[in-house]
Design a protein around this ligand. Structure first.
Ligand SMILES: *Cc1c(COP(=O)(O)O)cnc(C)c1O
Length: 365
């Protein structure tokens, strides 16, 4: 048995998402780039590569990882580049998307050798959470003034628009795309490519994938553009678990179980968005508050149901532990960082990375 804690990536589950992405590419003509900020566990990139066109990034290190470990088309984007990194970014990318006209102008000479794009902020989004809403008031994410953008359009060949966020509602996607067409149509018809970003949950169950493909194709035909999608969460959703072991149990008015992991260190995104972890099937007569082992009082994965009372040594699998999870793990409290394991298509499991004291020590000085 592999020692917990560890993240377990299941290739069979990952393949379900990959096949849907390949279907959308085939049917609609879009290209699909993995958003590395969501998932950058490169041990499965060989497996994912045949189903996707490449990667997109948010920084120099991500664009380099995409080029070196994934290959294919490599898009560079960042909220802001520094002077000292721009040459290396351009060396690793096929396209660079600037967040502002200011950055486009600043790096105009250096970026002349590759395709350039600009991020548009359509000022509509599907997000209900301020923290993750690119269209929030005073947002720094992209240009929104069509007149200003028009003045620099001869310097770019495309746009990136990322305004969906965990959007599993096709009607909403369709409606917002309609607003974008209306507002920026004149600009869209003057470029060669448009990336519609990530945040569209088209690999989810019951998503109307054929309607989605038709909508993308219509958009592409109307403006004469190559459409890109940048799926992060949709690429890896439901492919991975975090495997943990119960270290102690207590009763203080509720049944508590403490596990060899920490929500702050190993599933930080849930803490930030105040969501509970998921346990399947979450059924049975015994309700237990499952807690992490850090000293943060609110280090709680959630309250779940189990068929039996939990006892020391029991194992728990937290579901859906791929997106915004492994990329955010940290050494808070010195909690043992989860290893990374892969379940192959034949069912065998191998550990591809383990972390030890040296890794903890070397992340500071
Ligand atoms: C975050 C982000 C993505 C990926 O978003 P998901 O919700 O994980 O699909 C894609 N493109 C851009 C520009 C992003 O900021």
């Amino acid at each position: 048995m592999i020692q917990t804690p560890y993240y377990l990536i299941d290739k069979q589950k990952l393949r379900r998402n990959m096949e849907k992405i390949a279907y959308v590419r085939e049917k609609s003509g879009v290209k699909a780039l993995l958003a590395l900020k969501c998932f950058a566990t490169w041990s499965v990139f060989d497996f994912m590569r045949p189903y996707m066109d490449g990667t997109t990034s948010s920084s120099l290190y991500e664009v380099r990882l995409g080029r070196e470990r994934f290959g294919g088309e490599t898009h560079a984007y960042s909220v802001a580049y520094a002077d000292h990194e721009i040459a290396e970014v351009i060396g690793h990318s096929d396209k660079i998307i600037f967040n502002s006209i200011g950055q486009l102008e600043r790096f105009e000479a250096q970026s002349a050798s590759i395709a350039r794009g600009l991020r548009l902020n359509p000022q509509v989004s599907s997000s209900t959470f301020d923290l993750a809403d690119p269209a929030r008031p005073f947002s720094r994410l992209g240009e929104w003034d069509a007149a200003k953008v028009e003045a620099v359009i001869d310097r770019i060949s495309g746009f990136m628009i990322h305004n969906n966020c965990e959007n599993g509602d096709f009607e909403l996607f369709d409606r917002m795309l309609g607003q974008i067409e209306e507002r920026f149509g004149a600009l869209l018809s003057r470029v060669e490519w448009v990336s519609l970003g990530g945040g569209i949950h088209f690999t989810g169950e019951n998503y109307p994938i054929d309607e989605f493909c038709a909508r993308l194709k219509a958009f592409s035909d109307r403006f004469g553009v190559q459409v890109y999608l940048e799926p992060g969460e949709a690429s890896i959703t439901k492919s991975t678990t975090l495997e943990v072991t119960v270290l102690d149990t207590l009763f203080n008015g509720k049944n508590l179980a403490i596990v060899d992991s920490s929500i702050e260190a190993h599933m930080l995104d849930l803490l930030i968005y105040r969501e509970s972890a998921k346990v399947a099937p979450n059924e049975g007569a015994h309700s237990v508050l499952v807690c992490g082992k850090s000293c943060l009082a609110g280090d709680i994965f959630g309250e779940f149901r189990f068929p039996e009372a939990l006892k020391v040594g029991d194992r728990i699998s937290f579901q859906d532990a791929a997106g915004y999870t492994m990329v955010k793990k940290n050494w808070f409290n010195g909690v043992k960082m989860p290893a990374i394991a892969i379940r192959e298509l034949d069912g065998s499991v191998r550990v591809v990375r383990d972390f030890d004291f040296a890794d903890f020590e070397q992340c500071l000085s």
